[in-house]
Design a protein around this ligand. Structure first.
Ligand SMILES: [Zn+2]
Length: 398
C-alpha cells in the first residue's frame, strides 16, 4: 500500500525555497519526489490525496520536552502528588497532543521513574498513538544538583559512567545531564550561575555516552558551566543563556548545537502578574530572558545551529507549544527559514537521526500539511490540517 500526495508545495527541510509536485511514500518511507502528475497512478490499495497547492513539510521536531510535566504553575508538585501511575497515563496523553499538532518526533529530556522511556516503548509497539519519543529518562546530576526529583546523583568520573550505563540499560535514547543550576526546580539552593558536574565528570559522561552511541544534552545556563559542557564534548547545550565569545568560538569549532528554549523563560518572567510560575522562578527568569536575546543572536552570527525545543510541560508551557517557541525565536532574530530548519533538518542532525526532519527518498514518511505559507509567518503552522507519521495518515481534512 502506497501513499501518493499530489500537487504539494513541498519544502524539503533544507532549501531556501519550496518546490511543487507529487510526493510518494511506501513501506513507511518517502520513495520519491516528482514533477506534478509524474507519480505513478494509484493502485486499488493505495491512498491518494490532492493537496491542491497546500504546503507539505517534514514532520516537526520538538527537541526539548518533559512528558511527565503538565505545563501548570508547578508541574513537579503535580507529579509528586499524582505518583507514578497517574503520571504515566497523563504523559501518554501529552505525547498524543504533540502528534496531533504535527510534531512527529520529540526528545524528552527528563522524567521521574524513566516514564518517558516507557512512553517511547508503548508508542513503538503501537500500544498508544504518539510521536517518536527519544527519551533520556532520569538526568545524570551531582548530589544536590538541578532537577534532583528525577536525578541520578553521581559524583566522580566512575559514578557518572555507571549512571550513563544504567540509563542506557533502561532504554535511554539520549543522555541528559546538568552542568549548572536552573530557574525552576526548587526554591532555594540553586542559582543559574552555579556550576554543577565538573569538566572532568562531564568529559567522562560524554565519552561513555558516545561510546554507547548516545548523544548528550546538557542543561547549562551560566557561563562557567556552559564552557565546561562544550569543552567536554556535549552535543547540545540546553538553554545556553550566558554565552561568551570564547565559548561561541569553541561551539563553532566543535559544531555544538544550541537549544535555547526561549519561550519558557519568557513566560516564567511574565508570570509575576499571572501566577503561572513559582515566585522564586519568576525572580530568576528576567535576567535569563535578557541574556537569551543576546546569546541567540551571537550563536546565529557565528553559524551555530539553533534548534527548537520548548521545555513543554514546564511552568506555563502546555503540550504542545512548538509554534510559540518558533515565533519567539523569530522575534530573537532567526529568519522563518532558520526557525523552520530548527524544528526539522537541524533538529534531526542534532538528534543524530538522518531518517527524520527532511522530505527526501529514504526518509521516514513523517509529514505535515498546512494551508498558509510558514515562510511568511511560522504562525501558519497553527492552521495545520494534515499529519502523517510513518506513512499513516493520523489527521486529515476528510
Ligand atoms: Zn527541560
Amino acid at each position: 500500500m502506497a501513499l501518493i500526495l499530489r500537487n504539494a508545495t513541498y519544502w524539503d527541510g533544507d532549501s531556501s525555497n519550496p518546490g511543487y509536485g507529487d510526493v510518494t511514500c511506501d513501506g513507511g518511507v518517502i520513495t520519491g519526489v516528482h514533477e506534478p502528475g509524474r507519480a505513478d497512478r494509484a493502485g486499488d490499495d493505495d491512498v491518494e490525496m490532492d493537496l491542491d497547492g497546500s504546503f507539505l513539510l517534514p514532520g516537526l521536531i520538538d527537541a526539548h520536552v518533559h512528558l511527565v510535566w503538565s505545563g501548570g504553575a508547578d508541574p513537579a508538585a503535580v507529579v509528586e502528588q499524582e505518583g507514578e501511575q497517574l503520571t504515566v497515563l497523563r504523559a501518554g496523553d501529552h505525547a498524543r497532543a504533540h502528534l496531533d499538532a504535527g510534531i512527529t518526533t520529540i526528545r524528552d529530556l527528563g522524567s521521574n521513574w524513566d516514564v518517558a522511556i516507557s512512553v517511547a516503548r508503548a508508542i513503538d509497539r503501537g500500544a498508544i498513538e504518539g510521536p517518536t519519543v527519544i527519551a533520556s529518562g532520569r538526568t545524570v546530576i551531582m548530589t544536590g544538583g538541578h532537577d534532583g526529583f528525577w536525578g541520578v546523583a553521581s559524583d566522580g568520573a566512575d559514578a557518572v559512567v555507571r549512571a550513563v550505563r544504567g540509563q542506557v540499560l533502561r532504554g535511554a535514547g539520549v543522555i541528559k545531564t546538568a552542568a549548572t543550576g536552573g530557574v525552576y526546580g526548587r526554591a532555594e539552593g540553586e542559582e543559574v550561575d552555579d556550576s554543577e558536574l565538573t569538566f572532568e565528570e562531564l568529559s567522562a559522561l560524554a565519552h561513555e555516552a558516545h561510546r554507547r552511541g548516545r548523544k548528550v544534552a546538557a542543561h547549562a545556563l551560566g557561563t562557567e558551566g556552559i564552557r565546561n559542557a562544550v569543552r567536554a564534548g556535549i552535543d547540545t547545550i540546553e538553554h545556553g543563556v550566558f554565552l561568551t565569545e570564547d565559548i561561541i568560538a569553541e561551539m563553532a569549532r566543535r559544531r555544538t548545537v544550541l537549544c535555547p528554549t526561549t519561550e519558557t523563560y519568557y513566560r516564567i518572567a511574565e508570570s509575576a502578574t499571572t501566577g503561572n510560575a513559582p515566585a522564586y522562578a519568576v525572580h530568576k527568569a528576567g535576567r535569563v530572558v535578557e541574556g537569551q536575546r543576546v546569546s541567540v543572536q551571537m550563536a546565529l552570527d557565528a553559524g551555530i545551529p539553533v534548534i527548537a525545543g520548548t521545555d513543554a510541560g514546564a511552568p506555563g508551557m502546555p503540550h504542545p507549544t512548538l509554534v510559540d517557541e518558533l515565533e519567539r525565536l523569530v522575534e530573537y532574530g532567526l529568519t522563518t527559514h532558520q526557525a523552520l530548519r530548527g524544528a526539522t533538518s537541524l533538529a534531526a542532525d542534532a538528534l543524530g537521526n538522518d531518517r527524520i526532519g527532511r522530505i527526501r527518498p529514504g526518509a521516514r514518511a513523517d509529514l505535515v500539511m498546512v494551508d498558509g505559507d510558514p515562510f511568511t509567518s511560522v504562525d501558519a503552522l497553527r492552521d495545520l490540517w494534515g499529519v502523517v507519521r510513518a506513512e499513516r495518515v493520523v489527521r486529515s481534512r476528510t
